[in-house]
Ligand binder design. Structure first.
Ligand SMILES: NC(=O)c1ccc[n+]([C@@H]2O[C@H](COP(=O)([O-])OP(=O)(O)OC[C@H]3O[C@@H](n4cnc5c(N)ncnc54)[C@H](OP(=O)(O)O)[C@@H]3O)[C@@H](O)[C@H]2O)c1
Length: 249
């Protein structure tokens, strides 16, 4: 477990303009972060962050998950980043039997997996140069439990969780702490699109759990009640298998 003191540090948050990302910026600022890069695909949508937190705290950086070189360009514009928060993500609702199953799967794998991998490849050297720092990946309870109505989204979040596990061990060598966040339904545009408004929890809860994870150093982050229900069944496997080194030979 590697704890992170965020005071005076510099974070880059993808998808910072709305939903969970916007709340993460708020929680980081309240937690004493020095500076936040708001990495967003339409810079004008981040103006609200500038007026809320001021230009000394927030700098807007263009970023698109689906553009091959976008993460590298963002890393060049944010060379003092020491905490990378991979929050931006996409959802479509498709089951194995939907007409759009392959289109949805490609779209979600492109955004939620390739986009994540591109970010990590661009920023890992930046974090190493700046002393190690941390990477936070927004996974989901659907990384562990597939809900048939959005099978393809679940598949993309299971895949990003697998990559997050690999990074926990690989990046420990350069002193980078990795965190895997697993919210249940959250009251954002994505939660609405999934038809989960009635059971969704406030995005601030996820953001506060991320800041709390920096304090505890716990790899798996379970922000809400539904997440904690999964945690209680999964914890033994997490601690006994996922979070420990097993021989690959
Ligand atoms: N909501 C939930 O129930 C829930 C539960 C568990 C995990 N999560 C995960 O939490 C993260 C945030 O979700 P949310 O609920 O806040 O979603 P949201 O309200 O739909 O917001 C999505 C964010 O991702 C950005 N984004 C989408 N496509 C992008 C692209 N191609 N390039 C750059 N940015 C892009 C959006 O930017 P634009 O404004 O430009 O579209 C927006 O800032 C996601 O990774 C999601 O999978 C969500």
């Amino acid at each position: 477990m590697a704890k992170i003191d965020i005071s005076g540090r510099t974070a880059l948050v993808t998808g910072a303009n709305r939903g969970i990302g916007k709340e993460i910026v708020r929680a980081l600022v309240q937690g004493g972060i020095g500076k936040v890069y708001a990495a967003v695909r339409t810079p004008a949508t981040a103006e609200v962050l500038l007026s809320e937190h001021g230009p000394d705290k927030v700098t807007v950086v263009p970023f698109d998950l689906t553009e091959e070189r976008s993460a590298e360009h963002a890393a060049a514009k944010a060379p003092d980043t020491d905490i990378l928060i991979c929050n931006a993500g996409v959802l479509q609702t498709a089951t194995v039997f939907s007409d759009n199953v392959f289109e949805a799967l490609r779209f979600e794998i492109e955004g939620n997996l390739y986009g994540f991998i591109r970010l990590v490849r661009a920023f890992a050297p930046v974090l190493e140069k700046n002393g190690g720092g941390a990477i936070v990946q927004l996974n989901s309870i659907v990384s562990m439990k597939c809900f048939p109505d959005f099978t393809t989204y679940c598949a993309s979040k299971a895949a990003s969780y697998a990559v997050t596990q690999a990074l926990k061990f690989q990046l420990a060598e350069q002193g980078t702490s990795v965190f895997s966040v697993h919210p249940g339904p959250v009251a954002t545009d994505m939660g609405d699109a999934a038809g989960l408004s009635e059971v969704a929890q406030p995005p601030a809860q996820v953001a506060d759990a991320v800041v709390e994870a920096f304090r505890t150093g716990e790899f798996h982050v379970w922000p809400d009640q539904m997440a904690q229900q999964i945690q209680s069944a999964y914890e033994g496997f997490a601690k006994g298998v996922v979070e420990v080194e097993l021989s690959e030979g």
